[in-house]
Design a protein around this ligand. Sequence first.
Ligand SMILES: [Zn+2]
Length: 115
Amino acid sequence: MIKKPKEPVIPVARHDTVRREIISVLEGRTLSAKEISFYVGITEKDVYMHLEHIRRTVSKKDIRLKITPSECMKCGFVFKKRERLKKPGRCPVCHRELIKDPLFSIKDQKAKGRE
Ligand SMILES: [Zn+2]
């Protein structure tokens, strides 16, 4: 069987382009929103906005947004149940504000076989 070549994707909107860029910088890498904002050239606030969208939509496709939750640097509390992607302001256990940024990566479910 002949493999179908990947067709070039022409973005319909800027938002789509940005999301694709975010997905591509996250492939095989784990980055914080700050790092993503650096690579893609958008603000951290926009990064979170797009990540929320990616999280809701990519699950239908072959890729999945993997989130490493924020963690308190003082007591080690992990913000596992947090619904929002953004870094929390302070720790509910020790009330410190030394919170590690959450990290993001993209898991490609069909990564094997790509040449
Ligand atoms: Zn803490």
